[in-house]
Write a protein that binds this ligand. Structure first.
Ligand code: NAD
Ligand code: IPM
Ligand code: MN
Length: 363
């Protein structure tokens, strides 16, 4: 009997739609190359499944994931054959809300200067993290439409901000700042609140008050504030000053695509959807990219780095480090897809990283 069996981490893998089905197999291959003590089970939740039998999430699907798995790895969901994307909403947003994965952690790291569209910016200059609230805001879909289809139509989309939700995400950001170091080993030192409290005064006021209160509990951590519009400008003008950014669901969504641009594009960005102590979910920041799908052109590194982030979360830091080192080397040697300067396909880039993981740093 395998003496490791009892301690293997159980991972649910959901490739999803479009390029999710291409990048996730590469992430799986690379994880397997590390020899990490994991046991993977694949689920077909996707547009294909929905179009075939009308099921988005099987009954008790989220309870099953929480009970039977240590983590979840998802590719992307979204398919033009499902115009309202109901399956995407039920799978992805359903998982975030129903499993209460309140902290969307999106690290922003530049692996090689050649990948950044900004002049004179080096890897040491881009190493920050966005902590995005993941269960509230305008994503709750509270509201409705009144007098639809008439000239008097009214659409209301409420922005939900609870004391509990705001406090726990802000606290998560301060804890993250305290516990995580930068890539160069130096400590993280600052938490920045990003909001739009000059216009959205009710919600903004709550965030501001809670940020001040929680910040007082961490006197060693510096606090900063920027409005989301000014922050966006600064991010593309000079990203060097950012450390830990905490923000709401919608602003977090937008600024992390912007930040992915600093890293070499959406194909490079990783994320985790975390509730400490509960089964958490990991996914690349990008979507299903329908025009790219099926062409073996999608960059698999965001998904591979997401797998590394998941292994780190599960306590398998040595395996995660092997993956990160291999991706770094692939980027430097341009053993990559064309979006970041290489000429390999999705499968070939994934294969190169997997081989590199097996060889380690040996030539
Ligand atoms: P997208 O991220 O799929 O694509 C945006 C742009 O980035 C496109 O130009 C695409 O070609 C490029 N891109 C994305 N990933 C790439 C990769 N790995 N390699 C190279 N280029 C890459 O965003 P979109 O076009 O706005 O959305 C497409 C679908 O995906 C929609 O249905 C959307 O709702 C869904 N979506 C899902 C998720 C998710 O499941 N986590 C995230 C974002 C969007
Ligand atoms: C993301 C995506 C999702 C979001 C969409 C697909 C609902 O853009 O994970 O960033 O807005 O959160
Ligand atoms: Mn997004």
């Amino acid at each position: 009997m395998d003496s490791n069996l009892g301690s293997k981490k159980r991972i649910a893998v959901i490739p999803g739609d479009g390029i999710g089905q291409e990048v996730i197999p590469q992430a799986v291959k690379v994880m397997e190359a590390t020899g990490a003590s994991v046991e993977l089970s694949e689920f077909d939740w996707s547009a294909d499944r929905y179009l075939a039998d009308g099921v988005t999430v099987p009954q008790d699907g989220f309870a099953m994931l929480g009970r039977d798995f240590d983590a979840i790895l998802i590719g992307a969901v979204g398919d033009p054959r499902v115009p309202n994307n109901i399956h995407g909403k039920e799978i992805l947003l359903g998982m975030r809300f129903k499993m209460d994965l309140y902290a969307n952690v999106r690290p922003v790291r530049l692996l090689d200067a050649a990948l950044c569209p900004l002049k004179g910016i080096e890897p040491k200059d881009v190493d920050f993290v966005v902590i995005r609230e993941n269960t509230e805001g305008v994503y709750g879909d509270v509201g409705g439409v009144f007098k639809q289809g008439t000239a008097d139509e009214v659409a209301v989309q409420e922005d939900i901000n609870t004391r509990k939700g705001v406090e726990r995400i802000i606290r998560y950001a301060f804890e993250y700042c305290e516990l995580h170091k930068k890539v160069d080993g130096s400590p993280r030192q600052r938490v920045l609140l990003c909001d739009k409290s000059n216009a959205m005064t009710h919600a903004g006021g709550l965030w501001q008050r809670v940020f001040k209160e929680v910040g007082n509990e961490y006197p060693q951590i510096k606090t900063q504030h920027m409005y989301v519009d000014a922050l966006s400008m600064q991010m593309v003008r000079d990203p060097r000053g950012f450390d830990v950014i905490v923000t709401n669901n919608m602003f977090g969504d937008i600024i992390t695509d912007l930040a992915a641009g600093l890293q070499g594009g959406l194909g490079m960005a990783a994320s985790g959807n975390i509730h400490p102590g509960k089964t958490s979910m990991f996914e690349p920041v990008h979507g299903s990219a329908p025009p790219l799908a099926g062409k073996n052109q999608a960059n698999p590194f965001g998904a591979i780095l997401t797998a590394a982030m998941m292994l780190n979360h599960l306590g398998l830091a040595a395996d995660a480090a092997k993956i990160e080192a291999a991706v770094l080397e692939a980027v430097r040697q341009k053993k990559s897809t064309p979006d970041i300067g290489g000429s390999l396909g999705t499968r070939e880039a994934g294969e190169w990283v997997a081989q590199r993981v097996v060889r380690g740093s040996k030539p």
